[in-house]
Design a protein around this ligand. Structure first.
Ligand code: NAG
Ligand code: NAG
Ligand code: NAG
Ligand code: NAG
Length: 828
């Protein structure tokens, strides 16, 4: 078999095609998904939280919160955020893969675009550009698909940084993988005179080094470029080809006119002292255009700091018969060196090189394709200078027959698979529909971060370290989950929802500090929030008098307190309807002093967000106590408590309602108005319900957000083993199934809230259904086969109001009304 693979290599090497040897061989995953890259070698500019640290940025991993996410939103012009991988040694990187944060359906952040920076020494960073000079790489379109991109030109580096790029500010999360192989040449840079321009009668040919990543002034220093990009030039250098660039693109060339000494000197620097066997220089030899391979080369070696006195000299035979480009092999005779300086002598007016490779002691590609001992230097399987000897010819013929058989077999298999796949697809389409109900319960489980489950699947996949990725196409996409394949799902996750796209791509933070739900932070608003004009005063703790505990969560408590002299701490714009000297009733959200750093950060973020919300129908942040522990935020509280309890107390008895429909409508309209304000800022509330609305004098309503922290309402939330707690009875189908939270899903929740109000909160939505059945019903909404159950029209509810509710629960998010429309309808 080994000699067969050797023969196969030889067959390939005889093919007169554009040679891309390293490019097609070097495509191994380098260990982000496989785990060979250690956690400590993955770092980042910042992290949103401990569970989205750099080490979770591994492709196809679902650990932590499912990806690396930087701390703040990524702005269009700033390139501050990056995910960095240290490969510990130089690698030849030909392909990169990226993926967003899916987290079993909860995550929806991804990088639409990114740039790559790399470094060989950890200090000089180079921005990668493609062959047309473009830096930005198209990234992901959704949170789950892996997008692979060929790097043209490839990168030779030890450190690689992925830098998310956006066209508007948005939250971004990434998972990545690098593909390539170790850079066994060990070459760190070559310094050479800059390539020149050849003026042919018909057109100029630019033989400069376009992808050189060092400094280019009169000469090239400290970089690598076309001589190491793994692409060999064509026989006819005046032809331009694949890259749509100018003639001569593949070559770096010099004219003897510019070198009175008669030679071009190139200095090569290596990563360490190596024992060199050969150097191979790919030269053009189109003598009809006065281009020939070099006549002589003289190489000097430097090990440690001194140049060896005696150089090595080699004179290949000048070939004036065969005009094809070729590798000229120079025997370096086991010289030890960390730098080599070679003088290439002109044989004609021009000298054009496209690749230079070095073979040294350890420089053997340890792959099954290229076993050592073959006599061929494995990393140049296509070396055209190599002669096939007689003993190989017989093997070659035998193997060719075998290869033909194998090819026929492969073709048969491919054809058979295509037919089979078509059949399967048809069958699965039929089955899918029936299975969705069953898979929904599984789907809901994936909301919890099931570590065991995900790690076993990734283990199975991680065995493929040496399974190379072959596609050379620019856009190879891997379908991930069945659910993503459903055409309807795919569609609905693409559609814009009236809310700009960025609002969806924010961090899902279902469980806030006190176990309560912080507002989702849409990216665009974050910069509003980071403005300097946010003034939240520190309030002296001793002026707070504890009244009662309103609720409690994992990291803190909410207390009802009286605050003395609060009026002095507020801006004049804020009017209390209470005389100056009387204490004000406030809610104090308090972080336990033993809360971890993430919880503290989230708490401070929540303060930042709350401090900017100024609307008559939104609870205001009044002051904070953050100079000492425990951290507190002091918000308004309304004397009538929350709307849920308020309405339950006012439940109509007999025919005699204490609250008129006009009162109910007035309250609903205020909620719509507050939500209108939130949605205008692109805020997504995620937990709108009567329990989160507070009632003041004269039926004034303000929207708050601490429902989840209260035991009273724990039955309203569906606790999935693990961590997520979801108010499923208020959630839209797309929030439950796809993890999409948008203003349109807030509208859905508003419909449920309106239903609660008109029902006087005497029962939970879908009270006759279990949590599992609610989720199943969500599946019916998705399938839309008229089997979904809607909340019934409440007894005292006029038709016009029920119509508003039904419009909030439309399947298509675009067809749901906006809060503006709802507000107007409720005022009528
Ligand atoms: C090489 O030549 C082309 C064509 O003149 C030019 O556009 C390009 O900037 C040059 N590249 C370098 C690195 O000098
Ligand atoms: C370099 O490698 C060759 C072949 O492996 C070996 O014979 C020679 O001793 C090595 N040279 C040094 C200086 O180690
Ligand atoms: C360059 O090469 C051409 C062709 O060999 C020769 O005629 C010419 O004299 C050379 N010029 C210099 C400056 O060496
Ligand atoms: C090549 O792989 C074999 C086992 O597959 C290992 O024993 C050997 O050390 C490797 N050689 C190098 C140079 O990495």
């Amino acid at each position: 078999l080994k000699s067969c693979s050797l023969a196969l290599l030889l067959v390939i090497s005889l093919l007169p095609v554009l040679v891309k040897y390293r490019m097609s061989v070097c495509r191994y995953p380098l260990g982000m998904s496989g785990g060979q890259i250690q956690d400590e070698d993955i770092s980042a500019s910042s992290q949103w939280s401990e569970s989205t640290a750099a080490r979770y940025g591994r492709l196809d991993f679902e650990e932590g919160d499912g990806a690396w996410c930087p701390e703040i939103t990524v702005e269009p012009d700033s390139l501050k955020e990056f995910l960095q991988i240290d490969l510990r040694s130089l690698h030849f990187i030909t392909l990169v893969g990226t993926q967003g944060r899916h987290a079993g359906g909860i995550g929806n952040e991804f990088a639409q675009m990114y740039k790559i920076k790399y470094s060989r020494d950890g200090s000089r960073w180079i921005s990668w550009r493609n062959r047309q000079g473009k830096q930005v790489i198209e990234g992901n379109r959704n949170a789950y698909d892996i997008v692979l991109k060929d790097l043209e030109p490839p990168i030779i580096a030890r450190f690689v940084r992925f830098m998310p790029v956006t066209d508007h500010s948005m939250n971004v999360c990434m998972r990545v993988e690098l593909y390539g192989c170790e850079w066994l040449d060990g070459l760190v840079s070559y310094n050479a005179p800059a390539g020149e321009q050849m003026n042919l009668p018909s057109h100029p040919v630019y033989v400069n080094d376009t992808v050189y990543d060092g400094a280019v002034i009169h000469s090239m220093t400290e970089g690598l470029g076309q001589l190491t990009d793994g692409v060999c030039g064509l026989d006819d250098f005046t032809q331009s080809h694949v890259y749509n660039v100018w003639p001569g693109y593949d070559y770096v060339g010099w004219s003897n006119e510019s070198f009175p000494s008669g030679f071009v000197e190139i200095m090569f620097e290596f990563d360490r002292t190596r024992n060199f066997t050969t150097m191979k220089v790919h030269c053009n030899n189109m003598f009809s255009q006065h281009v020939k391979a070099f006549r002589q080369v003289v190489c000097y070696f430097r090990s440690e700091s001194d140049w060896e006195a005696s150089p090595l000299s080699f004179s290949p035979v000048v070939d004036e018969k065969n005009p094809s480009a070729r590798f000229v092999t120079v025997n370096l005779a086991n010289h030890m060196a960390s730098a080599i300086k070679c003088q290439f002598y002109f044989a004609d007016a021009w000298m054009l090189f496209s690749e230079i490779t070095f073979q040294s002691d350890t420089a053997m590609y340890n792959t099954t394709l290229a076993p050592p001992k073959t006599g061929l230097t494995p990393n140049t399987p296509d070396d055209p200078t190599h002669k096939v000897d007689d003993s190989n010819t017989r093997i070659l013929i035998g193997c060719l027959v075998a290869i033909i058989f194998i090819l026929v077999a492969i073709i048969v298999i491919i054809l058979w698979r295509q037919v089979w796949q078509k059949m399967l697809e048809k069958a699965s389409r039929r089955m899918l529909d029936d299975e969705l109900t069953a898979s929904l319960s599984i789907q809901s489980e994936t909301f919890a971060y099931n570590h065991n489950q995900s790690s076993t699947t990734s283990e199975q996949e991680s065995n493929s370290t040496y399974e190379r990725i072959f596609p050379l196409g620019p856009d190879y996409q891997e379908p991930s989950r069945l659910i993503c394949k459903l055409p309807e799902f795919a569609q609905s996750s693409e559609e814009p929802d009236g809310v700009p796209h960025y609002a969806e791509a924010d961090i899902v933070n279902l469980q806030g500090v006190t176990g309560s739900n912080t507002y989702a932070i849409p990216a665009v608003t974050m910069d509003l929030l980071s403005g300097k004009d946010v003034v939240v005063e520190e309030f002296p703790r001793k002026l707070l008098t504890f009244k009662e505990k309103l609720g409690e969560g994992q990291f803190g408590e909410v207390h009802l307190c009286e605050a003395e002299g609060m009026q002095e701490f507020m801006n004049k714009e804020f009017l209390f309807d209470i005389p100056e000297d009387q204490p004000v009733l406030v809610a104090v959200k308090m972080l336990r002093s033993d809360a971890n750093k993430n919880a503290r950060n989230d708490f401070l973020k929540e303060i930042k967000i709350m401090s900017r919300l100024k609307d008559p129908n939104i609870i205001r942040l009044l002051a904070v106590c953050i100079y000492s522990d425990p951290l507190c935020m002091i918000t308004e509280y309304m004397e009538n408590g929350d709307l849920n309890q308020f309405l339950s107390r006012h439940e109509p008895e007999g025919q005699l309602a204490l609250l008129s429909n006009a009162n109910l409508c007035h309250m609903a309209a205020q909620i719509a108005s507050g939500m209108k304000y939130l949605s205008s800022l692109n805020f997504v509330h995620r937990d709108l319900a009567t329990r989160n609305c507070l009632v003041g004098k004269n039926y004034t309503i303000k929207i708050a957000d601490f429902g989840m922290s209260r035991n009273l309402y724990s039955g309203d939330y569906y606790r999935i083993q693990g961590r997520a707690v979801l108010p499923i009875r208020w959630m839209s189908w797309e929030s439950i199934l796809l993890g999409k939270f948008t203003t349109a899903s807030d509208v859905w929740a508003f419909g449920v809230t309106l239903w609660e109000i008109l029902n006087f909160c005497k029962e939970q939505p879908y009270s006759q259904l279990t949590d599992e059945q609610v989720i199943e019903n969500t599946g019916e909404f998705f399938r839309d086969q008229k089997r979904q159950i809607y909340l019934p029209q409440p007894v005292l509810c006029p038709d016009s109001l029920y119509k508003i509710m039904l419009s909030c629960w439309r399947r298509n998010t675009k067809e749901r009304p906006s809060f503006q429309e709802i507000h107007r309808a409720l005022l009528d």
